[in-house]
Design a protein. Structure first.
Length: 232
């Protein structure tokens, strides 16, 4: 696909942007989002930028039942001279494809994805906040959409990019935080999916995170396991 093959539908109802004091991590979303479809035999197609809104999906979509999904996270920043800057977005799309490979999701054209992202950021650049310590968080993700309960890789997907103005992820701001080292509840084992940014990895870390917070910690470092072979 080429840059000019991205169809754009401009939102006619612009949202009210949050003030610096109202910005929370992942609570507000820009006016537009990017979507591209994948169909087996056709490949990736129908790239478009549309007004941000709900997705309509079949309840049997494989993403709901077998967790075939991956995501990335990166940011756009506003410089002192009012330019909007991205930090190594090409590396995020490279890592997205590495996750795709592990979760049996078709590869995405990284150059095209970067071109689409820049077009989306340019369209919604007024959403990039100016206050120190703030940025525009960008979430590219892929979901399996085939309506089938058979356990197999999906034959259809959607690649989506949404964006959200954010402040610091932690209430402590840009300051040291207390981290608990968790050894019981793990998400990475040799041969597992620990290095893939897939939803199930993060869901499996929630219990450890909640227990750490109850003990006064801000974040948890989940240790990987080492499989020791049994002696004969």
């Amino acid at each position: 696909m080429k840059h000019d093959e991205i169809q754009t539908v401009i939102s006619t109802e612009r949202k009210e942007k949050p003030t610096d004091e109202q910005i929370e991590f992942g609570k507000h979303y820009t006016d537009h989002m990017f979507i591209m479809d994948y169909t087996e035999g056709q490949g990736w197609h129908s790239a478009r930028i549309v007004p941000y809104g709900p997705l309509e999906m079949d309840p049997a979509a494989k993403v709901f039942h077998y967790g075939q999904t991956v995501f990335e996270g990166l940011k756009a920043y506003r410089s002192k001279d009012d330019k909007v800057l991205l930090f190594r977005p090409d590396q995020n799309f490279k890592r997205l494809n590495e996750s795709n490979a592990r979760i049996c999701i078709p590869q995405i054209d990284e150059a095209f994805a970067l071109s689409a992202l820049k077009q989306l950021v340019t369209l919604d650049q007024d959403w990039v906040p100016k206050a120190e310590g703030t940025s525009l968080y960008i979430r590219p993700f892929v979901i399996a959409t085939e309506p089938s309960l058979g356990l197999a890789r999906s034959t259809s997907y959607q690649f989506i990019i949404i964006m959200s103005p954010v402040g610091s992820y932690y209430k402590e701001g840009i300051n040291p935080v207390k981290i608990f080292v968790e050894e019981q509840y793990i998400r990475a084992v040799p041969g597992g999916t620990g290095e893939a940014k897939t939803g199930g990895n993060y869901a499996s870390s929630l219990l450890a995170q909640e227990l750490a917070e109850k003990s006064g910690y801000t974040q948890v470092l989940i240790m990987a396991t080492t499989i020791v072979p049994l002696k004969p």
